[in-house]
Write a new protein. Structure first.
Length: 369
């Protein structure tokens, strides 16, 4: 039976090489469907979404730049009312294809999937890539709606979007905020989740655990979380949102040689009028410095119990991501009880944009379980 996303009480108003680790490859996986990568993908990409290529200089600078067939932009954005939001999203692939919802993180946007989406569309998937609340063209329908960014509301947003698009069940894939959102839906509404791809594994937040200190080096990596806990940090995010996001990109992905145009495409999503409010509330809520909306207390109580996820899952780690836990996925393996595989890629935090082919393969593999 379809589970409603629910609603507010308010009135509705540089390609980096990646490699798969040879671990946990499941028997019976549909490997034939994974043979879609290669030179032909570039042509399909251009035809499928109408994207322009860009030139990239080689790392050594010894040869002239070679024009790339990799897409750099999506086709027209769409908008749809869903729950408390008017959601901006892009769509690719056949409308009757198996639905895949790709979820971005912070400080990122839908362009993390600019190469992943056409690869999946070429395989017959209906691909939906939405701007999360506070990003891009997604807007609240009411000026009086609480600009809430606790973890459960993002899941409620995506369920409302699926309802609005008449998608009963979808493959969910994400990283960062997107992983957390996909994990929550898979855990609490498994009937809506066909399969899961989750970067950095199990990211459902436990606020009690977050009260405990980490080793200093790990705390240092979260500098912006503590910065945002202050009024100075809120003002700094507002005034320097472009520069701050770029700094985080460089730290999160030390081996990713992205260019200014790539970053600027995403940074435009930070001009959303609710961007600062959403980012600040998200990080303050995680540290128990901001209260959530009481209407979501029941969901948060269930999430605080760290529910096990039973849907078919592929987890991905970025080897050079400063937030990847040690142990090659061992730290969260027991949180997934269904069919499962884990991969570690030689990239940083923004896995789908740094390793689009590997990310697309993970979606197809999870779907094939």
């Amino acid at each position: 039976m379809k589970t409603s996303a629910g609603g507010s009480a308010d009135t509705l108003d540089s390609t980096v090489e990646s490699r798969w680790c040879t671990v946990d490859i499941p028997d019976g996986a549909d490997h034939s469907r994974r043979q879609f990568l290669g030179a032909a993908a570039g042509a399909v990409v251009t035809a499928q979404i109408g994207m322009a290529g860009s030139a990239h200089a080689d790392a050594g600078g010894k040869e002239p730049p070679v024009p790339s067939t990799a897409p750099t932009s999506f086709g027209p954005l769409k908008q749809i009312d869903a729950g408390v939001l008017n959601v901006g999203y892009v769509e690719a692939g056949p409308v009757d294809g198996r639905a895949v919802v790709l979820l971005h993180g912070w400080p990122y946007d839908i362009h993390s999937y600019v190469e992943v989406a056409p690869l999946l569309a070429a395989e017959g998937y209906r691909v939906i890539v939405p701007y999360l609340r506070g990003h891009g063209t997604t807007r609240f329908l009411s000026r009086t709606t609480f600009r809430n960014a606790q973890q459960s509301v993002f899941a409620v947003d995506i369920l409302a979007l699926m309802d609005a698009l008449k998608i009963e069940k979808a493959i969910l894939a994400g990283y960062d905020w997107g992983s957390r959102t996909a994990d929550i839906i898979a855990a609490l509404w498994p009937e809506r989740c066909e399969a899961l791809v989750s970067v950095t594994g199990y990211l459902i937040t436990n606020r009690e655990a977050n009260k405990r200190p980490l080793p200093p080096k790990d705390e240092w990596a979260w500098w912006y979380q503590f910065y945002f806990a202050t009024e100075r940090g809120e003002l700094g995010l507002d005034e320097y949102r472009h520069d701050l996001g770029r700094l985080v990109w460089k730290f999160n992905s030390p081996t990713w040689d992205f260019d200014e145009a790539t970053y600027d495409r995403t940074a435009r999503a930070f001009d959303n009028p609710d961007y600062v409010a959403i980012v600040i509330d998200n990080y303050r809520w995680r540290l128990s410095l901001a209260k959530g909306d009481p209407q979501y207390d029941g969901l948060e109580k269930r999430l605080a119990a760290a529910p096990v996820i039973g849907v078919p899952t592929v987890t991905l780690d970025g080897q050079y991501d400063p937030f990847t836990p040690p142990g090659n996925g061992a730290s969260y393996r027991d949180k997934f009880s269904g069919k499962y595989a884990h991969r570690t890629l030689k990239v940083g935090h923004n896995v789908p944009q740094e390793a689009p082919e590997a990310f697309a393969e993970a979606v197809i593999e999870a779907d094939g379980f």
